[in-house]
Ligand binder design. Structure first.
Ligand code: HEC
Length: 93
């Protein structure tokens, strides 16, 4: 019984560590402090916006990110793409 409790608490600990690592990057905060230097949100919703599908969105976010010194990790870049897609583009992947 004691072993099961130990195993479970170890599993829970591992899970919460994973969750903490995954939520470390705040896409919205990152976006608002880094991505709005050159443009604001309106480029995502303008009538003639250039991004037409999810792949284009990924490519454009990567291109724009490359102009910043921060250079995000792929996981964080994906979270940033999700953030834009959820709030503005709404593509089905
Ligand atoms: C150094 C300036 C600069 C920075 C910083 C920048 N962008 Fe851009 N971004 C641009 C330019 C220029 C365009 C093209 C605007 C146009 O076509 O009128 C653009 C366009 C875009 C588009 C396409 C809009 C459309 O037409 O659908 C997306 C999406 C985008 N940026 C996301 C981001 C994200 C996310 C970040 C932060 C990682 C970011 N940008 C940071 C310059 C920048």
């Amino acid at each position: 019984m004691k072993t099961i409790a130990m195993t479970m608490s170890t599993a829970l600990l591992a899970l919460s560590t994973t969750l903490a690592a995954a939520s470390d990057f705040d896409a919205a905060a990152y976006h608002d402090s880094n991505c709005m230097r050159c443009h604001d949100n309106s480029v995502y919703t303008r009538d003639n916006r250039r991004v037409r599908d999810h792949a284009m969105l990924e490519a454009q976010v990567a291109r724009c990110d490359a102009m910043l010194e921060t250079k995000l990790f792929p996981d964080d870049l994906a979270l940033l793409v999700d953030h834009l897609n959820r709030n503005f583009y709404k593509f089905t992947q």
